[in-house]
Design a protein around this ligand. Sequence first.
Ligand code: NAD
Length: 442
Amino acid sequence: MNYKTDIKYRKAVLKKLLNTIIIHENEIIKALYDDFKKPAFEAVLTETNYVITELKDTIKNIHKWAKPKMVLPSILNFPSIDYIYNDPYGKVLIIAPWNYPFQLALCPLVAAIAAGNQVVLKPSELTPHTSAIIAKIIAKTFAINHVEVIEGGIEVSQSLLKQRWDYIFFTGSVPVGKIVAKAAAENLTPVTLELGGKNPCILDETTNLKLAAKRIVWGKFINAGQTCIAPDYLIVHYDIKTEFIDFLKKEITLAYGKKPEESPDFARIINSRNWTRLVNMIEPEKVIFGGQTNESKQYISPTLIEEANLDSNIMKEEIFGPLLPILTYKSQAELHTIITRYEKPLSLYVFTKNNSFAEKIIQDYSFGGGCVNDTVIHFSNKRLPFGGVGHSGIGAYHGKMSFDTFTHKKAIVKKAYWLDLPMRYAPYKDKLATIRKLLKWI
Ligand code: NAD
């Protein structure tokens, strides 16, 4: 087998991976539950089915994506035929986070394989059950010199980063993203960094309050708020604040009941370190809903926090948990001050019926991607690039863009022998005026 050049082989092995995942789907769902009580519905929607869909799409399109693409030649090179070859980078390292531990490990892996690379994957140590099932599935599907899973924690990741790679794909936090970028720079290794940040969610006074509340509650509290593109904080127009908070409270109760701790649809905080970090962000006098915690169960209830201080603990860093601070604004200037206080976010959401307000927000601020009148769902369209900008990341993937991420675009001009125009060759004497005319004409 030659995965570098044999597209049929790549397709066959991706089909094998698809079958193995389907056979083991229940084990994956159980592993996700064992790791942090991820509800089965969310496990299917955001993990297994997501990967299965991506695999099917890749299998369907791999020949089209991989074949050399002919482009119009330059008249300067006449006569020639010009191509872009889709060349695998070679040895790829994928480092995955814990919050969508199956999807965020497997989706880049599928694309890297489709593009003809050899892959080493390091899943997150914080989700050991999912890490183990990933290792099992990969070992059943691939030869070890094609794809290998290396399980382990920070030390394993650090020792992998000391090796030389042809491409590194990292998903995780901003501080570790910087460590990865530094390690990659040693060998000028190209990287994709899928990072995080503080994602603002803006509501103006024209918003449909009930639907906005429903969509924000879903996007914020899915995975117990441990989603890189979850709304991190709300900036609500002062005039609608009180009414909107009432809608938020109602929607939380509708989704998770009066006791979210007993809801089968609400996940847990991944570990006690993150639980403590989150609990330390809660200032009890600012809590207007929720605020219940249980250390032994690593539980924190969906919590609304009235916040006016940009220097408070909760506004200093990405929250990554079920705490939702609500800030208000009265003027565009106030809104601007809040948004620009932070690095460029991975996502931004704006809820409004005023199209020109939405357009202004989209055009005025730099962020990875987002939605008007919804949250999180831009992730699900494979035709939209998914990635950050500035501190929220470098590069983007999903759908064909994932294949392109793991492909070096090799430019080739195939020149014919039957004609050789003498203009470009030295000596250049008496040719300058003619070349100027020619270049203008082109
Ligand atoms: P993390 O950065 O702590 O860990 C990610 C990976 O890096 C893990 O595999 C871990 O073992 C490894 N790692 C951790 N510390 C390291 C170090 N010092 N040196 C080398 N490797 C190290 O992130 P996490 O806690 O797993 O995930 C949460 C973060 O990831 C959040 O900031 C979230 O916004 C971000 N995230 C981003 C996306 C995205 O697609 N942009 C998706 C999910 C999560």
